[in-house]
Write a protein that binds this ligand. Structure first.
Ligand code: GLN
Ligand code: ZN
Length: 756
């Protein structure tokens, strides 16, 4: 069998692209230098794939920031406000990605959204009435030629028109259907170029097909491709899907003249059943996604070979593929020097997955694969008893009772009690937790990690940062303070380090958005808190001020969703194990005199199933209780905050209210305020702090802008329930812009307070 990779990570195994881009942003290197780093990385990645013997290697899976933004540029969907800045193409691109404030003008960044059920974020394309879509082929064809010159024939990858149109924002009168003729023409033109360049295969990604589709959606997809494929000429088209199954359009999809279909057999719960029910056309190649592109565990060859055998009985031509782009896993185990061998042997990152693909390909050709070395070695992993299992933890979860998930007083009663307890002004101001991670903060952490300073010296520094941070917030006259989170640069790793059952990597970075990468820890065994985690820092911060300082924790669902989970127990089991650990920490914070505790659920929605029918049964039925578990044992006066990194929770607004937090802050400045209507409609009880400015960009919001946002919010939200805060934590920002922004935030809150 042949093998295929949908996409490869692009930031570089040591995050070379991130560092080069950031230098470029700081004008420390030139555009040429940045381009050279990018070209070097592309070459290296194609090289890995070629060396591993992959047959279908992707090109144009590289991006300086995001593939969706690249597609917008390819289609000519660059709004006039960015074009008009008169910057170079690359600088214009970054202006859309990050905003721009300088001699050429002042524009905000495109909004950013979660990419389906991953922790990757894409830039939401912005369509305007005055836009004339037109092909800009340079990147796609250029990267194909570049690979070809390096001796590697690739399949260029591009996001398809259906997914693009479904995910775009429409800012004028023109709606999706108005853009159909234009976009169709651009893809037809693209086929002309692909033919000219002698491209053999192109991969068109249409992940939107795995969502719940209406009859109109399916009709739109069919009509788009019926037309576009007429121009395909001699280029073969692989229509690629991932993150789920195509249950709403399988027959239509197999009926269209594609040359290959890429289906996900891991997250696509019904993929195999669809094949069994409807068969698979003999004239098409099935790119079977059987090697997990999202998790880091070694693939079970026995199960995978059985699956491939079943598939092979239905489809004549099968290629073994990853289930999605490898963008969602780290580069390679090669850079991990500290993992125990008995742990490491269970893992496969992007590069190692290439080996799995080729080993599987060989095994499928063998009469008795069981006798092969690679097979035996693989199966030994699954036969052994795993490390780090803890019976006590399993029993504690089994013993949880209904009352463990409830606070002793109803929220409306708690609200009254807390208003008295804290005596805060209307529209209280606060921040989401972290303050800028300056060079000094990072240096302190790295000195400690390298063993240059001991824990006491490290903590002494952290305490000094906290002291400055409290002083700054008091000077700014913020009402509810934070300690600044200088002891962590990550919301999950920091907690994981104090939890048994977790293992950590050194270089296993995964792109979250643009130049931002995360290094998810791995849940390897049963999870249990080893020692208090944040208490000393919070206690110290509170000792410096009479204003309330928020204790700052990450919630169990987010810890789980931002870790690589086990595959041998359920997500619910893991969420409850972590929930009990966080509950222990909450109780210790309360005992130490912390009166407000924020339990961030930044990633609550991350694993919300793509299919609506599975929202509750597969997810919310345990995710919401896992959060509630954390606050099940504290006094009613203790105020629980939570925070989410998005405001698209209109559809689960009732569930968010059911988390039973006292206050929730969320990102809102980059999205319109439709969430507020949803809050009204649901009679939302939780007090809310919709973020008043965007922290993803260095831009400083003006007082007027914030006043305006608050007035809009107050048109719909009871002043008793509204908080004033930025969109998210400030750790990625610099000090000057943070101070300026918060100063404006407090000034705006005071102005609007005066109007009440
Ligand atoms: N408390 C965290 C911070 O401020 C929240 C970050 C997040 O939501 N991603 O950094
Ligand atoms: Zn956030």
């Amino acid at each position: 069998m042949n093998t295929a990779v949908i996409g490869f990570p692009r930031v570089g195994k040591l995050r070379e692209l991130k560092f080069a881009s950031e230098k470029f942003f700081r004008q420390e290197i030139s555009e040429e230098e940045l381009l050279a780093v990018a070209a070097e990385l592309r070459k290296e990645h194609w090289g890995f794939e070629k060396e591993a013997g992959i047959h279908y290697i992707s090109s144009n899976d590289f991006s300086f920031y995001d593939g969706m933004l690249d597609t917008a540029v390819m289609l000519g969907a660059v709004p006039q406000s960015y074009r008009g800045l008169g910057l170079s193409d690359l600088a214009t691109y970054f202006a859309m990605a990050r905003g721009y404030q300088g001699d050429h003008g002042d524009v905000k960044a495109f909004p950013m959204k979660k990419w389906f059920n991953t922790n990757y974020h894409y830039m939401v394309p912005q369509l305007f009435d005055d836009m004339k879509l037109a092909l800009s082929k340079d990147k796609l064809i250029g990267e194909y030629e570049e690979a070809k010159n390096a001796g590697i024939l690739t399949k260029p990858v591009v996001i398809g028109p259906f997914t693009f149109l479904k995910l775009a924002n429409y800012n004028g009168k023109k709606q999706l259907s108005d853009f159909v003729p234009e976009i169709r023409a651009v893809y037809e033109e693209l086929f002309g170029e692909l033919n000219k360049a002698d491209v053999e295969w192109v991969q068109i990604d249409e992940p939107y097909l795995v969502t719940d589709l209406s009859a109109e959606d399916v009709a739109l997809f069919v009509s788009l491709y019926t037309d576009i494929l007429k121009s395909k000429g001699k280029v073969k088209v692989l229509l690629q899907t991932y993150f789920g199954d195509v249950r709403d359009c399988y027959e239509e999809l197999t009926g269209l003249p594609f040359d290959g279909l890429g289906l996900d057999f891991l997250e696509g719960k019904q993929t195999l059943a669809l094949l069994e029910k409807y068969g698979f056309p003999a004239d098409k190649i099935l790119f079977a996604g059987v090697v997990n592109g999202k998790n880091i565990w070694k693939c079970d060859y026995k199960k995978t070979l059985e699956l491939l055998l079943t598939i092979k009985n239905i489809a004549k031509q099968v290629v073994i593929a990853t289930s999605c782009s490898l963008l969602h896993v780290p580069y390679t185990l090669e850079n991990e020097t500290k993992l125990e061998e008995d742990v490491k042997k269970h893992f496969a990152f992007a590069k190692e997955k290439l080996t799995e693909l080729s080993e599987l390909a060989v095994l499928t050709e063998e009469a008795e694969p069981e006798n092969s070395e690679s097979y035996k070695k693989n199966q030994a992993l699954f036969a052994d008893e795993r490390l780090y299992l803890d019976r006590g933890v399993q029993d504690a979860v089994a013993a949880l009772k209904e009352e463990d998930f409830h606070r002793e007083m109803a929220r409306s009663e708690r609200e009254k009690l807390q208003k008295e307890e804290f005596g805060l002004p209307l529209l209280p101001t606060t921040t989401i937790g972290s303050f800028p991670q300056t060079r000094e903060v990072k240096r302190n952490r790295s000195s400690y990690r390298k063993g240059e300073i001991d824990k006491a010296a490290y903590d002494k520094q952290v305490f000094a940062f906290i002291k400055d941070c409290i002083k700054l917030q008091e000077d700014l006259d913020i009402d509810v303070l934070v300690h600044g989170e200088y002891e962590r640069n990550d919301m999950v790793e920091f907690f994981g380090e104090n939890l048994a059952g977790y293992v950590f990597t050194e270089k296993a970075w995964v792109q979250s958005y643009g130049t931002r990468c995360v290094k998810p820890p791995i849940i390897f065994g049963d999870v249990k808190r080893i020692r208090p985690i944040t208490v000393s820092y919070s206690e110290y911060a509170q000792s410096l001020t009479s204003r309330p300082v928020k204790g700052m924790l990450t919630g169990p669902v987010t810890i789980l969703n931002w870790s690589f989970p086990r595959e041998d127990v359920s997500l619910k089991e893991m969420a409850y194990q972590i929930g009990i650990s966080i509950r222990d920490e909450v109780c210790d914070l309360e005992a130490a005199g912390i009166r407000v505790i924020q339990i961030d659920e930044a990633a609550l929605k991350e694993k919300l199933p793509i299919r609506r029918a599975e929202w509750y049964s597969e997810y919310l039925d345990w995710a919401i209780p896992a959060f509630r578990l954390c606050a099940g044992k504290i006094r009613p006066e203790t105020q629980i905050h939570t925070h989410m990194c998005y405001s698209e929770f209109n559809e689960i607004v009732q569930d968010i209210d059911n988390m039973d937090a006292d206050v929730i802050s969320f990102e809102a400045s980059r999205s319109n305020l439709t969430i507020i209507d949803a809050l009204n409609a649901a009679h939302f009880e939780t007090e809310v702090g919709p973020g008043v400015y965007d922290i993803h960009s260095p831009r400083v919001p003006s007082v007027d802008e914030i006043v305006d946002a608050l007035r809009k919010m107050l048109a719909k939200i009871d002043p008793d329930k509204l908080w004033v805060n930025p969109d998210c934590g400030l750790k990625t920002r610099g000090i000057p812009e943070t101070e300026a922004s918060l100063k404006n935030l407090v000034a705006a809150a005071k102005i609007v307070r005066g109007e009440l």
